[in-house]
Design a protein around this ligand. Structure first.
Ligand code: NAP
Length: 348
């Protein structure tokens, strides 16, 4: 990779995901933060004043003194934008950036199911980035998306099991508070409680994995043919979404086969030297009581999904538990990895 760093703007830099992106860009070997944007509430003041910083590490000095810009392409000194905008805002704003020639790599759900837009988990469907090149010839720029935070965890956890063939999948999630952004869920709703509803979440989990595991054709992505049934719950955990999965497979298996598939899975991105890519993006834990959010969410700096509790159900399905750090691998780290992959493939 060349010594000159690629300039990056972060759209929605003041939110929960935006600040993770700002932190991740502070010492990045290939990229440098050159602009931060927000809503009218934040535009025109310094990032240090506008943000309610929630990470353990300090705000990077160069970011703290940047003036937050309006979320529009004019005056943004970059050709790549990492977006952490709310979905309704992202719909229009990301298209404006694309028309202005930017490559937008987005966390927002607005364009994920758009047939022109790739929905990428780098270890699974890097080939779908071809859609970005097609957009560029049509619009001048491109939008690339990463899946919903739970959907990323689900897809990565399923990647080692592809050899078994998936017919259907049932998933129940226990999702962390940070998944709702800031200020998120009212404390009086969630303290001493579990909320059995997260608006729009079950629909995302039931649709996005089919696109990720789909095949790229000249007409676009043809969805994978398995079905996903999801039930999503909000729990009083800060970070880390837990997923309890039950998978009906096409081929017979033993519990030992599944554990071996998880244990032997290594990243197919190995040769590319991507700074954020873990060598083992799926970590298998043998203990009966793992994974747990507090203990496992930071595995490989939050970039690996941890799985465990593999069992065969009385119906012959595979049951297991997966954990994903929702704001890192499920959001900021996921978009950063896509950007690194695009840079390595000379698409940025
Ligand atoms: P958040 O904490 O609520 O932050 C939202 C960001 O959007 C803030 O920077 C906010 O700026 C900006 N914004 C809001 N209205 C705007 C407007 N009218 N114009 C310009 N900017 C505006 O949300 P978040 O949790 O970081 O999530 C960001 C995106 O990532 C969402 O689309 C979310 O669905 C997705 N996502 C989140 C997670 C997660 O775990 N949290 C995981 C995956 C994907 P101000 O501060 O200036 O208002």
């Amino acid at each position: 990779m060349s010594a000159s760093k690629k300039k990056m703007a972060v759209l929605g830099a003041t939110g929960v995901v935006g600040q993770r992106l700002v932190a991740a860009l502070a010492d990045h070997p290939w990229f440098e933060l050159s602009a931060v944007t927000g809503s009218e509430r934040s535009a025109g003041v310094s990032y240090g004043q506008a943000v309610k910083w929630m990470l353990k590490e300090k705000i990077p000095e160069n970011a703290a003194s940047m003036i937050v810009q309006a979320t529009a392409p004019d005056g943004i000194e970059a050709s790549v934008a990492l977006s952490a905008l709310d979905a309704p805002v992202a719909m229009k704003a990301e298209r404006a950036f694309r028309s202005a020639g930017f490559t937008v790599v987005s966390n927002a759900s607005a364009h994920r199911l758009d047939p022109e837009v790739p929905l990428i988990v780098p270890e699974i469907n890097a080939g779908h980035l071809e859609l970005a090149a097609r957009q560029r010839s049509r619009y001048g720029g491109a939008i690339v998306t990463n899946p919903n935070c739970s959907a990323i965890g689900l897809c990565l956890a399923m990647a080692p099991l592809r050899a078994l063939g998936v017919r259907s999948l049932r998933v129940t999630t226990l999702q962390a508070l940070s998944g709702a952004g800031y200020p998120g869920v009212a404390s009086l709703d969630v303290a001493d409680n579990v909320l059995p509803y997260i608006a729009g979440e079950e629909e995302k989990l039931e649709s996005e994995p089919l696109k990720v595991f789909g095949d790229i054709k000249s007409s676009g992505v043809v969805n994978a043919r398995f079905t996903v049934s999801a039930q999503c719950n909000r729990v009083a955990v800060m970070d880390g979404h837990l997923l309890c999965l039950s998978v009906e497979t096409e081929r017979p298996f033993s519990e030992a086969d599944c554990s071996a598939l998880f244990r032997s899975y290594v990243s197919p991105l190995g040769g590319l030297g991507l700074p954020a890519a873990p060598e083992r993006p799926v970590i298998f834990r043998e203990e009966a009581d793992r994974p747990q959010p507090r203990l496992d969410r930071d595995a490989c700096s939050g970039m690996a999904v941890t799985v465990g509790r593999t069992r065969k159900t009385p119906a012959g399905d595979l049951r297991f538990v997966a954990l994903v750090h929702n704001t890192v691998r499920g959001a900021a780290g996921g978009t950063l990895l896509i950007a690194e992959l695009m840079r390595a493939k000379r698409l940025l």
